[in-house]
Design a protein around this ligand. Structure first.
Ligand SMILES: [Zn+2]
Ligand SMILES: [Zn+2]
Length: 324
């Protein structure tokens, strides 16, 4: 099968042919129909995360099950599926007590094991999430990453009817969080960003300013932005950190946190069960990520590299999907 891979850091991706692999007893092979190109893939290409090489990137994958192992009963050959990118053991202390993201032997597809910049992939059958008939492969694929993580953040903060929400940073994750929060019943959504076009886009979608927030979700990673939003939280409010950041937060424990019983929550990835919710929302028309897909490319190293370069530079284009 064809694959486009990272062979060395800070170098262009390379097209290769890899041997075809058959699924084990509890695995399925998926013939890939769509794979989203994510900004994380550009980070892995540049060596961030020390991804072992060579590696086939791509963690936003959807396709058709082409082979299933003997012990697989939940999915069948011919099923349309999207792929949950976290592979966890399900039995370790992390999995059973904390959550699958904390699996002691957990791996991310497209980072720790080969991903979707390829013709096919073999995955544990439990990572195959059925796609409803009226949801496209490309929409299902891109929901596996930013939409899912935005949804996990909203769930951690229990955003629902009446919540006054602030979204810090209006990129892919912020936009996903916006649409989901609207659907979940947020009373008001304030968007904080430094780019005027993004603020105008948010306003056009119905964002408006509120004096105080019950929940703020950070997609910027900037300490000053986080701290000032935190101080605008109502008593008992919470702020969820989603963007990776190593900055130190300038918060006063008494004045900013305990005196108001505010909470600071971390959000890491998302859960398999949440992907079923997203598929249901998409099937019902409650959310539609399709408008975010602005470009399609083939499984070609040069074309994919150009997209990753653009993501590194910062791009006005929304999402690009590799399609077969
Ligand atoms: Zn991604
Ligand atoms: Zn585990």
């Amino acid at each position: 099968m064809r694959a486009v891979r990272i062979h060395s850091y800070n170098a262009p991706l390379e097209a290769t042919t890899l041997p075809d692999v058959s699924p084990g007893p509890r695995e399925v092979k998926v013939s890939i129909a769509a794979c989203g190109i994510c900004h994380s893939d550009a980070h892995y290409r540049s060596g961030f995360g020390a991804t072992p090489l060579p590696r086939t990137p791509g963690h936003e994958i959807a396709g058709v099950v082409s082979e299933a192992g003997d012990e697989v009963s939940d999915v069948r050959v011919g099923d349309r599926v999207a792929i949950h990118y976290l592979v966890s053991c399900g039995v370790c202390r992390g999995c059973t007590e904390s959550g699958e993201q904390f699996c002691e032997t957990g791996e991310m597809i497209g980072k720790h094991r080969d991903g979707g910049y390829a013709d096919s992939i073999v995955i544990p059958a439990t990572n195959a999430i059925p796609i409803p008939p009226n949801v496209s492969f490309e929409a299902a694929a891109i929901m596996m990453c930013s939409t899912a993580t935005a949804y996990h953040a909203l769930r951690l903060a229990q955003v629902g009817t009446g919540t006054r929400l602030a979204i810090l940073g209006f990129g892919g994750l912020g936009v996903s969080a916006f649409h989901l929060a609207k659907f979940l019943g947020a009373a008001s959504i304030t968007v904080i960003d430094v780019i005027p076009e993004k603020l105008r886009a948010a306003e056009a979608l119905g964002a408006r300013d509120s004096d105080a927030f019950d929940v703020a979700i950070d997609f910027t990673g900037r300490a000053d932005v986080i701290a000032s939003a935190f101080r605008r939280l109502a008593p008992g409010g919470c702020l969820v950190l989603v963007a990776l950041s190593e900055e130190t937060l300038p918060l006063n424990p008494y004045r900013d946190i305990l005196g108001k019983e505010r909470r600071l929550i971390g959000c890491s990835d998302h859960l398999r069960e949440e992907l079923f919710d997203l598929m249901r929302f998409a099937a019902n028309g409650d959310i539609d990520v399709s408008p975010a897909i602005s470009r399609r490319v083939g499984l070609e190293a040069h074309a994919i590299d150009a997209v990753l370069d653009e993501l590194d530079r910062g791009t006005g284009a929304l999402r690009t999907v590799i399609e077969r």
